[in-house]
Structures are given as structure tokens and as C-alpha cells.
Design a protein around this ligand. Structure first.
Ligand code: UDP
Length: 249
């Protein structure tokens, strides 16, 4: 079931349900793409119609940030919970491992995708790492040809938003992959370059705070994020006002 949060239609799924839905998509012999919006995406999509369309047309739209879950609740359309992109990615890797599928890693700084790939194959020995490419390229089409030649089943696209989502929507179906997932900085984590927040912080919904502590240069980017909560509150008040008006009629 889809639930709209500030213009983006999210799939209302638990992590387990998302993993099941993802596994079913991996079984189908056609291209699918998955997006993992956080509050930064929501704010960017307000000003970028193409980004909004690409997000809403994805096969799975997973609520990556706790800010999305809070906004949904404030807005009066609660979601079951958050499905962090990195956890969905791990679930898809486990699936691919079982079927001996092919993985391609696209994105991050030179050398990072290779290191992430080396570590992932160690952890999931059934997976065939069929290629890697850093995310600082000019010629999108040349990269597409390189990815397609590697014949991946699963493709991680880690170019930051909205570049990764637009790349998947534009080129994804020509890669021959069954699934592409837009995963931001996840290759940096898989490569051991960036540490994910400890579980206690994750459980408290404070992953964003841990990230800010580790990467204080993100403060500029993050300062606008509470805006989504304010916007969600505004939306709820508007809806309440409308239904109170309706009741008076
Ligand atoms: N990146 C890239 N190409 C670009 C811009 C960014 O490959 O042109 C990579 C960057 O190196 C990083 C990831 O995309 O690995 C984006 O990370 P960010 O922290 O912005 O994403 P988040 O995890 O917040 O979604």
C-alpha cells in the first residue's frame, strides 16, 4: 500500500516486507528500480519536478530516514517504520547470494567500489562481482555500455541524489539488470571508509545525529531538514481545517 508524504508516494512496508517485495522483483526477468528517499530528497523533489516524477515512478519507494517516518506520523498518515537503504541492500545481497547472481557496483570515489566489492564477495561468496565503476564520470552513455556488457542482475547506483535516481530512470532498463537501487553513500560504508552509527543510536532514531558528529561538514546540508516536519504539520492542519469545514456544511 502506498502512502503519500509531502508529495512522495512511499511503500508502507516493514523491513521484512520490503525484503520479500524486493526478492519477488529480483525473480522477474525485467528491469526495476528502487529508491530510498530521506527528508533531503523530499525537499529537493519539491523544487525539481523531474526528480519527484522519477521517485514516484520507482518500483519500490522505501522510507530511508527517521525524518520521513516522523513526517508521516505528524501528517496523520503513519508508516509502519523505516527501511534503511543499507539494510534493504543487505537483504538483496543475501537473495543474490542464494541464486548465485551477478552484482555491479557503480559510484563513489575511485577505488571505493572495488574495495566494497572485495569485502562483499568475502561475505557473500555465492555472488559474482561482475564489475565496478567510480561515480565521477562525464559520459553517461559510455558508463551504461560498460555496465550492460557486464550483464548484472543487481546494480547498486551510488552517485548521490538526485543524480543516481535520474541515472536509473534514464538508463536502467538498458543495463539488462533486474534491479537497480539508489544507495547514496552506501559503498563508502561497505568499503569500510565510513562507519555506520552503532545500533543503539540507530534504535533511538539518531543515525542522522551520529553522522553529523562524524561528518560535521554535513551541517550546512542538514540545517533545512526540520523543515519537513514543519511542512508535515502544516499539511495536517490544512487537512483538519478542511474536514472541520466539511463537517460544518
Ligand atoms: N558521488 C559520486 N558521484 C558524484 C557525486 C557523489 O559517486 O558525482 C558519491 C559520493 O562519493 C558518495 C555518494 O555518491 O559516495 C553520495 O554520498 P552522500 O553522502 O551524498 O549520500 P547519502 O548517503 O547522504 O545519500
Amino acid at each position: 500500500m502506498k502512502k503519500e508524504v509531502l508529495g512522495i508516494s512511499f511503500d508502507d512496508l516493514t523491513r521484512e516486507e520490503a525484503a520479500q517485495a524486493g526478492a519477488a522483483l529480483l525473480e522477474e526477468d525485467r528491469f526495476h528500480y528502487v529508491v530510498t528517499p530521506n527528508p533531503e530528497f523530499i525537499l529537493a523533489a519539491e523544487r525539481d519536478g523531474e526528480f519527484r516524477r522519477v521517485l514516484n515512478e520507482a518500483d519500490l519507494v522505501l522510507a530511508d530516514g527517521i525524518g520521513v517516518v516522523y513526517s508521516a506520523k505528524i501528517q496523520g498518515t503513519p508508516l509502519k517504520g523505516r527501511v534503511p537503504g543499507i539494510e534493504f541492500a543487505a537483504d538483496m545481497l543475501a537473495c543474490l547470494n542464494e541464486r548465485g547472481g551477478r552484482l555491479y557496483l557503480l559510484g563513489a570515489k575511485p577505488g571505493v567500489a572495488e574495495e566494497a566489492g572485495r569485502r562483499l564477495v568475502e561475505r557473500y561468496p555465492g555472488i559474482i562481482l561482475c564489475g565496478t565503476q567510480d561515480g565521477y564520470f562525464r559520459d553517461e552513455e559510455a558508463v551504461l555500455l560498460k555496465v550492460a556488457a557486464a550483464r548484472p542482475d543487481l546494480l547498486f547506483v551510488c552517485l548521490g541524489a538526485p543524480k543516481q535516481e535520474k541515472w536509473m530512470a534514464r538508463w536502467g532498463k538498458h543495463t539488462g539488470a533486474r534491479m537497480a537501487i539508489g544507495l547514496g553513500g552506501v559503498l563508502d560504508v561497505f568499503a569500510g571508509k565510513v562507519e555506520r552509527a552503532p545500533e543503539t543510536w540507530q534504535k533511538l532514531g539518531l543515525e542522522w545525529a551520529y553522522r553529523l558528529k562524524k561528518e560535521p561538514q554535513r551541517a550546512g546540508r542538514m540545517v533545512r531538514l526540520p523543515l519537513v516536519l514543519v511542512k508535515a504539520a502544516g499539511k495536517r492542519m490544512k487537512r483538519r481545517g478542511r474536514s472541520a469545514g466539511g463537517a460544518a456544511l
